[in-house]
Design a protein around this ligand. Structure first.
Ligand code: ACO
Length: 363
């Protein structure tokens, strides 16, 4: 019997695809998205700009930022018109679960590529579910403004300020793609069967919802709330670690140093200058947890990951915490659709093997 190590069973470091879309260097703490370092992109590019780069990389097309902006604006309007079909399937569900059900109901729109239909629909669905949770009707999109600005408008029910739009746009750019993470791998596996993009991104979203992947930001805020004050940082963290708990927003399968996206988001929060964001307190919690994790597990570097500052940024933007995972998906949809198209072009089915450790017939 072939006995696999723990790391091989988790497919650590096993390449599942060749991609031009993004590259994560876990030892050096580097992330390249479509040929640029993430910090440069977050500084220079809009979400529409980086989405154009990803789609062009996946398909060889030559879309500009303006092309993507206009197709996403049209797609948001189409998705809004489809809400009466999509929302009934989400009745009684939380924002996270309702988003899954509504995304599963998406289908092709005449004259729009599937990838635009999907990326355009995501914030419309998230906005409608958030408004419904407050007892309000969905807020109609505005196709003339940016994807980040319109996302905030539909979520908050008001026109966002430029500094808020800049912060959400920086977040979208920062998390739009990230190598062969669990949800992107799921998306590529589904696309490799030649299932369509709607099936592929629905699967990707399902993988994103778990707390070991994209479901961590809400628990990060719960942790900060539970700690509550500076004096309680040490006892709270020490107790949680003594109980063997995982602290949300720390650790990563690939990074052995600090997740470079954490710093990009920290800068975005500083620029936002939001009243509600207690960055000094969060910074003290972060510093103590990093030191405590180093002490507890000296051989296994566990550093801050993107979800810690995601939680603080989205909270400062007054986005309800129940919507954090769908908002992550709004950004990651750009990467998922690009990966699905890149995978389909290869024509190669992803079909790994397993190591059988069960009973064997006696004869
Ligand atoms: N807090 C405390 N201990 C931790 C943490 C953590 N956040 N992360 C890992 N450890 C410990 C594990 O318990 C384990 O200890 P052990 O060997 O004594 O059992 C050791 O460190 C190694 O952990 P692994 O399981 O090998 O780490 P893995 O690479 O599988 O996990 C993961 C990575 C899932 C992100 C993990 O660090 C974790 O659960 N973090 C908290 C959740 C989180 O922040 N998720 C968001 C990830 S970022 C993203 O996906 C967008």
């Amino acid at each position: 019997m072939n006995i696999l190590t723990k790391s091989l069973i988790g497919l650590d470091g096993v390449p599942a695809a060749e991609t031009v879309l993004s590259h994560v260097d876990g030892e050096r703490g580097e992330l390249i998205i479509a040929g640029e370092h993430v910090a440069t992109l977050a500084d220079k590019s809009s979400f529409e700009g980086v989405t154009a780069r990803l789609w062009n990389g996946a398909t060889g097309s030559n879309l500009s930022e303006a092309n993507v902006r206009s197709s996403l604006g049209a797609a948001r309007e189409r998705a809004f018109a489809r809400l009466p079909d999509l929302l009934p399937a989400t009745r009684g569900m939380s924002v996270v679960d309702g988003f899954r059900a509504a995304v599963a109901g998406l289908r092709g729109e005449n004259g729009l590529p599937h990838e635009a239909t999907i990326v355009g629909a995501f914030p419309v669905i998230a906005g409608a579910l958030v408004q419904r949770a407050k007892g309000n009707d969905p807020v109609a999109p505005d196709p003339t403004i940016s994807h980040a600005a319109d996302t905030l408008k539909m979520l908050l029910g008001r026109k966002a300020e430029p500094r808020e739009v800049a912060a959400l746009d920086a977040y979208f750019v920062t998390v739009c793609d990230h190598g062969m993470n669990a949800s992107t791998f799921t998306t590529r596996v589904i696309a490799s069967t030649q299932a369509d993009l709607f099936a592929a991104v629905t699967g990707g979203y399902c993988a994103l919802t778990g707390p070991l992947h994209g479901g961590a930001p809400e628990p990060v805020l719960e942790m900060l709330d539970a700690i509550g004050s500076r004096e309680r940082i040490k006892p709270w963290v020490d107790d949680a670690l003594a109980r063997g708990e995982r602290l949300m927003g720390f650790g990563h399968r690939v990074y052995r140093v600090r997740d470079p996206r954490a710093d990009v988001l920290k800068v975005a929060i500083e620029k936002l200058e939001a009243d509600g964001a207690d960055l000094p307190f969060a910074g003290e919690v972060e510093a103590y947890i990093r030191a405590a994790l180093r002490k507890k597990n000296p051989e296994r570097p566990l550093e801050t990951n993107v979800e810690f500052f995601t939680a603080i940024l989205l909270d400062a933007l007054q986005i309800p915490r129940q919507a954090f995972t769908p908002i992550f998906a709004v950004a990651r949809a750009a990467g998922w659709t690009a990966h699905a198209k890149e995978q389909q072009r290869t024509g190669r089915l992803i079909r790994p093997s397993s190591s059988y450790v069960g009973a064997v017939p006696k004869s």
